[in-house]
Design a protein around this ligand. Structure first.
Ligand SMILES: [Zn+2]
Length: 569
């Protein structure tokens, strides 16, 4: 009897254990199943703010309203300590890094321009003579080009052909059998083309006409809705008007930083508020529009039309829209990041973002949208401003660098050893060096040493020394920027707050490996994503792998970053 009881108890215990194990097993399976299904994302909205150094959103937070930056910072997972790891912190380099999750050494976008050793010509990052821009108007007039990189472009054609790595958007197209709709929109050609990837479609603002344009890589003719949007000529409505402060001047932190002698006056745009756009037939009119909050507002308005007419986010196949806002960067270049103009452009952008987020909520639903916000680079304060504060800095003229390098070449008996210079790369005349039967590495290193000893240059890195100096973090940044055929022979890094300067109206620059240029915000907001602020060091190469992981996809083919675990929890 007693034995039977023991057996009974044992059976009960065993069955209890089996139940517990079974329950745990089922629970495991439910979690697994949930994770497999994932949140119902119908739109990935990737917002890039050109030139938004991460600390600017802290500096101006008091001026922000509801629903814009504040919504993202408070409702999303906000990384405060994200830094690019490459040296040449320029627009195409940052955008393509965000898009592909890898470094310029892999994606090939080592700078806004580089020297093509084979053709002996300068290459503009997304320049492509085979794919001209489709004109939007008969007898189209051309504005005055002031973007120093675009000015160097020898072709009016644009395409992503020179981008050597797949983007997240390329992977999305492959995953869903080409059924995802993929678009990139920006105030700048390179801000749109890079993010749309090789299979998406791109539109960008033209400083010639104020229209949003595309190239024959994407379309044969404009879709109807684009022609209609352009026909409204919204930019022209600002003819004779001005950029004025959004709020009362006394509410601005930088109220006293409006009139500074080292700001640019864009031929009548002035250094102080209000900034007059001039008349629509003025050659700089459409550029001035971009150097104001109107540039971002037009980008938003065009994006809204795109979302509506292309019906983004309306079914269970996720679509992708990248919007890169360009006006913060444009304003920074002329007035500097510590100007009243900078404060107002960021505060006005906050309203534009609130408008965008509200529109997305109505058209797609925020519970169906993954929003990702970051920037392509930061921005340095102007040398004159820093000097005024007591930190001595200056500007390095390209001609002086070429002259100095040629002088070292002459010591080796070579005249004009510099084949080409465009910051940060010096390209040497390798044929002259080998004809003189000289060792290229010896000559390179002598030049690099002479340049490093120059005022304003922190380090000149000879390509032959990259591996041996890798323990130097600056050299590691240069190495990640090095593409075997596109990079130059010597990479020049200026001292902090010094500028490798372009002659012309541009007054403030980015492009250095220093922290003010590498520091950008990264924010993810969307269904299941927790509200949290994360201060650990992360990198923009992590962004594309995180978006992919969130959708249950494999990272873009060349990605070297890792999915950010706080977003996936
Ligand atoms: Zn940029």
């Amino acid at each position: 009897m007693r034995e039977k009881m023991y057996i009974w108890i044992a059976i009960r215990r065993i069955s209890q254990i089996i139940m517990v194990v079974l329950t745990l097993f089922l629970a495991e399976n439910f979690t697994y199943a949930d994770a497999q299904t994932g949140p119902d994302v119908r739109l990935v909205l990737q917002i890039t703010i050109d030139g938004l150094r991460s600390d600017l959103i802290n500096r101006y937070e008091n001026g922000f309203g509801k629903g814009g930056f504040r919504y993202l910072m408070e409702k999303g997972t906000y990384y405060t300590n994200a830094h690019y790891q490459h040296a040449n912190t320029e627009t195409i380099v940052g955008h393509t890094t965000l898009a592909t999750g890898t470094f310029p050494s892999q994606h090939g976008m080592i700078g806004n321009v580089w020297f093509d050793r084979e053709t002996g010509e300068l290459a503009y990052n997304i320049g492509d003579p085979d794919h001209p821009i489709i004109s939007t108007r008969e007898n189209e007039s051309t504005g005055e080009q002031i973007d120093p990189a675009q000015k160097k472009s020898r072709t009016q054609g644009r395409s992503p052909t020179a981008i050597l790595a797949p983007t997240f958007s390329d992977g999305l197209a492959a995953y869903y059998g080409g059924r995802s709709k993929i678009f990139g929109v920006s105030g700048k050609d390179r801000g749109a083309v890079s993010m749309a990837g090789h299979v998406g479609k791109a539109f960008w603002y033209s400083t010639n006409t104020g229209d949003f344009v595309t190239s024959t890589y994407y379309y044969d003719t404009y879709p109807d809705w684009v022609s209609k949007w352009n026909a409204r000529r919204q930019a022209e409505e600002y003819s004779g008007k001005s950029w004025s402060l959004l709020n009362d001047v006394s509410s601005y932190l930088l109220a006293a930083q409006d009139d500074r002698p080292y700001e640019a006056d864009l031929k009548g745009y002035g250094r102080v508020f209000p900034h007059p756009f001039g008349q629509a037939d003025d050659k700089l009119f459409y550029t001035r529009i971009l150097v104001s909050p109107i540039g971002d507002k037009l980008t938003l308005d065009f994006s809204k039309a795109l979302i509506t007419h292309e019906q983004l986010g309306q079914d269970e196949i996720p679509d992708y829209l990248s919007i890169s806002f360009s006006s913060v960067d444009a304003v920074n270049h002329f007035f500097g990041p510590s100007s009243l103009e900078n404060e107002d452009i960021v505060v006005q952008l906050d309203r534009t973002l609130a408008d965008l987020i509200e529109f997305i909520d109505k058209s797609v639903g925020l519970d169906h949208t993954l929003i990702v916000l970051s920037a392509d680079h930061g921005m340095a304060d102007m040398p004159e401003y820093m000097t005024e504060l007591g930190f001595k800095a200056g500007r390095l003229e390209p001609d002086a660098i070429v002259k100095m390098t040629n002088k070292v070449g002459q010591q080796y008996g070579i005249d004009e050893i510099v084949r080409f210079f465009y910051r940060p790369y010096l390209y040497l005349d390798n044929e002259k060096i080998s004809a003189a039967k000289l060792d290229q590495t010896v000559v390179e290193q002598a030049i690099a040493d002479a340049l490093t000893n120059t005022d304003g240059i922190a380090l000149a890195v000879a390509s032959s020394r990259l591996s041996s100096q890798r323990s130097n973090p600056l050299v590691a940044q240069v190495q990640r920027n090095t593409h075997i055929t596109r990079s130059g022979d010597i990479y020049i890094i200026q001292e902090p707050y010094w500028f490798l300067f372009d002659k012309g109206p541009v007054k403030a620059m980015h492009g250095s490996p220093w922290r003010y240029d590498t520091h950008v915000p990264i924010i993810f907001a969307g269904p299941t994503i927790g509200a949290q602020t994360v201060h650990r060091l992360v990198h923009p190469v992590d962004v594309a792998p995180t978006i992919a992981a969130f959708l249950g996809m494999t990272p873009p083919g060349s990605a070297q970053g890792s999915a950010l675990e706080e977003v996936l929890r």
